[in-house]
Design a protein around this ligand. Structure first.
Ligand SMILES: [Zn+2]
Length: 158
């Protein structure tokens, strides 16, 4: 068995993504093209049912990889609750960069992923444009999300 460091769920040995919260338990090999700086607006906007979201926070840190079940909340909480996986960005300097505890969410609707600001203190930008709180905006592979002053690149892996 291997305990998920994120939610504590006891997964079977060899499972790549936590059965409960969807976060990758072991490093997942990535196609190199995903880290080439492409035009942010040419990526796919469809994520398959087993598709993985890759959240690249900062240039050097290992990306966070997660299978989106229903909803991710980006902020400074670690939890898994009723289909919602909370992604804790504290280790990336989130507090210093003005990230709220519940800052923004990513919601899956079929193959589409929507970003919504959760009335955060310092706001959310998508590809440089401010995202009004409570507005759902569809995102695509390669998009740049700013949570307060913390930059996160999002990649879709089929
Ligand atoms: Zn887990």
């Amino acid at each position: 068995m291997q305990l998920c460091p994120h939610c504590g769920y006891d997964n079977y040995e060899g499972v790549v993504f936590c059965e409960k919260c969807g976060i990758a338990l072991v490093p997942v090999p990535l196609a190199t093209r995903q880290f080439i700086d492409e035009d942010a607006h040419t990526g796919t906007d469809r994520l398959g049912s087993d598709g993985v979201l890759i959240l690249q926070v900062g240039a050097e840190d290992a990306p966070i990889m997660v299978q989106v079940k229903e909803e991710l909340v980006l902020g400074r909480l670690s939890a898994h609750d009723g289909g919602i996986t909370y992604i804790n960005l504290t280790a990336y300097g989130a507090a210093d960069r003005g990230v709220s505890r519940r800052h923004a969410r990513l919601l899956r609707d079929g193959s589409a992923i929507y970003l919504m600001d959760l009335n955060s203190t310092n706001g959310t930008h998508l590809n440089g444009d401010p995202l009004p709180s409570g507005v759902e905006q569809r995102i695509r592979d390669g998009d740049e999300i700013m949570l307060g002053r913390l930059k996160v690149y999002v990649y879709f892996k089929a």
